[in-house]
Ligand binder design. Sequence first.
Ligand SMILES: C[S@@+](CC[C@H](N)C(=O)[O-])C[C@H]1O[C@@H](n2cnc3c(N)ncnc32)[C@H](O)[C@@H]1O
Length: 248
Amino acid sequence: MTLFDLLIDFHKEAPRQGPGSPEETRKAIYLLGIENQTNLAIADIGCGTGAQTMILATQLQGQITAVDLSPIFLDELNQRAHKNGVAHKIQTLACAMNDLPFQEEKFDLIWSEGAAYNMGFQDAIRYWKQFLKKGGFIAVSEISWLTHSRPEALTQYWNNAYPEIDTVSNKIRVLEENEYTPIGHFILPEYCWTEHYYQPMISRFDTFLEKYDHAPFVVDFVQSEKEEIIQYNQYKEYFGYGFYLATK
Ligand SMILES: C[S@@+](CC[C@H](N)C(=O)[O-])C[C@H]1O[C@@H](n2cnc3c(N)ncnc32)[C@H](O)[C@@H]1O
């Protein structure tokens, strides 16, 4: 079993696979002002098990293509869509986000919560732009610095983990440099990390360890997830997720 398989197995039962919340997805939709538009063609890229897909499907009128590398996450998403009565609005596609099979200018809206980092923010918004209609919208949440300065150890950690982490103003600059017009941005509140992401994760640690009989690589995996939570609690004033909204 690879680390990716283990990650999928651990996170497939989670309400979501990254920080966020229904309230914040709704807020982003509201800021775009698209609730009354009809026949929207929407892509939800790096959708995971579909926490935000369910909100998009209930709030917006149109069809959603939910894309993720993991067919296991997509199976879970389909089950949730059936339970929520929105299956008729969602098609799933197991596919790499940097090799999408879509025709140019297919979508009115490209959505991606906590997933663009897999390509890197700039490469993602650049590559996905061809699939957006002119005047279409993009909504991306992305790890960001919340302050101009911060402890050196934290800078070093993130420069290794994800060198594209940057300030909010620089994320917006990247959107502008790639010929998007910014519409708005906001920072995900702390409960998007704690209540919606870390607490459900903590409650699964013991049963997950038992499932794998405390195998050393699973113990190491759980430990690394715990360290991520410790780091968040220690440094949460310096980094978080920005939600960036723009139009082509
Ligand atoms: C942090 S999770 C976010 C999931 C979901 N949007 C949420 O907020 O709950 C990132 C997602 O990106 C997916 N992913 C990772 N690399 C990918 C790739 N190259 N192409 C498509 N999806 C990918 C993962 O399977 C995972 O579901």
